[in-house]
Design a protein. Structure first.
Lengths: 148, 332
């Protein structure tokens, strides 16, 4: 489990550094901006009420997204542990697939940047940031499992 | 626990510590402390100070756009695509315009509306430089934070639709869209895109962030609100009843107040209403009876002579309607 927690924490740390230093949207920004427009207003407003209003909803999203990353790490670590052979190539392949899927699914929102990078540059930055986060996640997962 | 586990634990601790430090940096910059701040009650100023102007934002942490890095792109169905930096924008002939903005989620009697003097250039001046193509029908607006919204080309070409970069004489604060935002009088605040970085002319009906959800923000409903006295307040003798009224870009022609739950109405004085684009501050002197509970109600008529609707409806999907009522208790 510790390898998974470390992988999740590494991804979290990287995403926070990229947000603070380069204005790259956090994964929760990208995912929520991609999904929320498709929530009908008739459901959106009451759902904010359920969690105590928009500010509490935002706080919940902000902090719970950290736990989600760590949870993903733990799940990935368990799955990785069950592999008996060709572990590293499979991990690398899974990381590449995860990155491609993330970039494809989040494509419209990748053009945002909180430091004001122009849209084209912002999209490259966001995609590169996702690559760094996924790669770090995979590398730390593998190294931690080997080391322990 | 063996040595290796200790090392991994230490690495994990360091990552957790580093992450919590960075998370705290972001929390301090977050919108948690100011999203949804309202302007209402006693002491509502005619022009809202920048730090008290209402804020509603989709963001966990609002952008802090680098002024030197910022560019505004005029693109899509234009004959000449243009890109401006902030200096080029500031060199254009600027004007000041006092305009009130209201959030579409503002409920009856609430304070998600504010008034400011904005400095900038009419959007139509910028669009004219790019020369819209004949087929262009709508304007699709993009912001640094990924927010989008659309409006009609006709609305964009109105002389009061402005791209602004100063607010009450100061550069736009970050939370209000630094370095530049749109001001679209007559529409709810979500159309006045902050941190705007791209204006795209299109010939289709593509929808922006909140438009996809189903919000219909292009026309502000006439509203009025009692600020003084407060709900459940105690009144005595001669009492000033006061508040604000707003009707987008249609102006306010009349405000009426009832002190008996809506049976009889008296016309209030309009103390401040510099243009059709702003709210009106109104007041009425009332000799309160010596006892009893009294239901104060306010209604406004817009500049086109259309009275405010009394039909109560929440803000979904096109803004709240209904009359604001305040019950007060009179004392001898």
């Amino acid at each position: 489990m510790i390898a998974g927690v470390l992988a999740g924490l590494s991804a979290l740390f990287a995403s926070l550094v990229l947000r603070v230093a380069f204005g790259v949207p956090l994964p929760i920004d990208l995912v929520s901006d991609r999904l929320l427009p498709f929530v009908p207003v008739e459901a959106f407003v009451p759902s904010l009420g359920v969690v105590g209003g928009p500010v509490l909803a935002k706080q919940l999203a902000f902090y719970s997204s950290f736990l989600v990353l760590i949870g993903l790490g733990v799940s990935a670590s368990r799955g990785y542990g069950r592999l008996s052979r060709r572990r590293l190539p499979l991990l690398a392949a899974a990381a590449v697939v995860a990155w491609v899927v993330a970039v494809a699914a989040l494509w419209p929102t990748l053009a945002s940047n909180y430091d004001g990078a122009p849209p084209g540059e912002a999209r490259i930055l966001s995609a590169a940031a996702l690559a760094v986060i996924v790669a770090l996640f995979a590398v730390v997962l593998d190294l931690a499992r080997r080391y322990r | 626990m063996n040595r290796r586990e200790l090392v991994l634990g230490a690495v994990g601790g360091a990552l957790a510590l580093g992450s919590s430090g960075l998370a705290e940096v972001l929390r301090r910059r977050s919108t948690f402390d100011y999203d949804g701040i309202e302007v209402l009650g006693r002491g509502v100023e005619r022009v809202t100070p920048n730090d008290r102007f209402y804020v509603v934002t989709k963001n966990l942490i609002d952008p802090r756009v680098d002024r030197d890095r910022w560019r505004l792109e005029l693109c899509g169905l234009v004959e000449e695509q243009r890109t401006l930096d902030i200096r080029a924008l500031e060199e254009l002939r600027a004007g000041e315009q006092e305009t009130t903005l209201e959030c579409i989620s503002n409920a009856v009697g609430r304070g998600l509306l504010s008034n400011a003097v904005w400095t900038g250039v009419p959007l139509r001046d910028l669009l004219a430089r790019a020369r819209p193509e004949r087929g262009a029908r709508r304007v699709f607006l993009h912001a640094a934070d990924g927010y989008t919204h659309s409006t009609s080309l006709e609305k964009a070409m109105e002389p009061t639709t402005m791209l602004v970069y100063r607010m009450n004489g100061e550069p736009l604060p970050d939370r209000h869209g630094f370095p530049a935002r749109l001001i679209v009088p007559g529409a709810y605040g979500e159309v006045s895109v902050k941190w705007i970085d791209r204006i795209e002319l299109v010939d289709d009906d593509r929808e922006g962030y909140y438009e996809k959800q189903g919000w219909q923000a292009q026309r502000v409903h006439t509203m009025s609100r009692i600020d003084v006295p407060a709900k459940d307040g105690r009144v005595r003798g001669s009492v000033e009843i006061s508040g604000v009224a707003f009707a987008g870009d249609r102006g306010i022609s009349k405000v009426e107040v009832s002190t008996d739950g809506g049976r009889r109405w008296r016309e209030a004085a309009i103390d401040y209403h510099p243009s059709k684009l702003t709210w009106a501050h109104w007041s009425l002197q009332w000799d309160a009876p010596r006892s009893g509970t009294h239901d104060l109600v306010v209604r406004a008529t817009d500049g086109d002579g259309e009275p405010q609707t009394a039909e109560e409806d929440n803000s979904v999907p096109d803004g709240a309607t209904g009359l604001h009522r305040v019950a007060v208790r009179a004392e001898a």
